[in-house]
Design a protein around this ligand. Structure first.
Ligand SMILES: [Zn+2]
Length: 237
């Protein structure tokens, strides 16, 4: 199902972050909502109550647990559901607004499952809900006829978006300072610019020179050195 929408003349590159949920190449930053962390205390409390009401003896005897246990289990499950609904709503709303305000959206093709295996980052990443965000982004992109491009995340945060040189930095280095060209930018914005550029380079070309082979006569012709175009049929040439 496609829905007609007006071109916005805007393109955007998006960096998924832990400090922020997303940062774009224009410097817009969407703070991380951290739904899970915020409700963690409540969830843990509900989980403890549930465990306290669980009887191992009854389980051994294949008997039914107490009503209070089932109530506590239910409360715990409802709290979990609430958190996951909040996250889903947040991702959906944000993806919708990104798609509505851009014609092309480039973002990292993150292997979120692979990342979650790293226990250090696991909680933050599953809390972030990037995967859900991406799913909605692609869904709305398809629905509203916008271009969505997942780019390989290699070195997007390391490379200088100004000169292309690799500038090594650890996760805790928040600012990109390029020793090669002197470019200074927020780490995530620098990455988002790289992501947008990568995205644009992979969109490809359609039309007469779709294969990328420009005939030799076309290169540099039709333009004077001052950038004005000339009529190739002009008799003076
Ligand atoms: Zn540089």
């Amino acid at each position: 199902m496609n829905v007609e929408s007006q071109p916005t003349n805007q393109i955007v590159g998006i960096d998924l972050g832990l400090k922020y949920f997303i940062a774009d190449n224009k410097g817009n930053i969407e703070p991380s909502p951290q739904f899970y962390r915020k409700s963690e205390k409540q969830l843990n409390r509900a989980n403890r109550k549930k465990s306290q009401k669980f009887s191992k003896e009854k389980k051994k005897a294949h008997a039914r647990q107490s009503n209070n246990y089932y109530k506590a289990r239910n409360r715990y499950a409802r709290k979990h559901l609430k958190v996951s609904r909040q996250r889903k709503e947040y991702c959906k709303r944000l993806a919708y607004s990104v798609i509505q305000s851009n014609d092309l959206v480039a973002y990292e093709d993150l292997n979120v499952k692979g990342l979650v295996h790293n226990r250090h980052l696991a909680k933050s990443i599953s809390d972030a809900g990037w995967y859900t965000f991406r799913e909605w982004l692609e869904y709305f992109g398809h629905k509203y006829g916008k271009v969505t491009i997942a780019v390989p995340p290699h070195n997007t945060s390391q490379n200088c978006s100004n000169c292309g040189e690799k500038v090594k930095k650890s996760l805790s280095t928040r600012t990109h300072v390029c020793p090669h060209c002197g470019y200074l930018e927020d780490r995530d914005i620098n990455a988002a610019i790289n992501i947008l550029r990568l995205g644009l380079s992979t969109v490809g070309h359609t039309g007469t020179y779709a294969t990328g082979d420009l005939p030799s006569w076309a290169v540099g012709r039709g333009l004077l050195s001052n950038g004005e175009s000339v009529n190739v049929e002009s008799p003076s040439l």
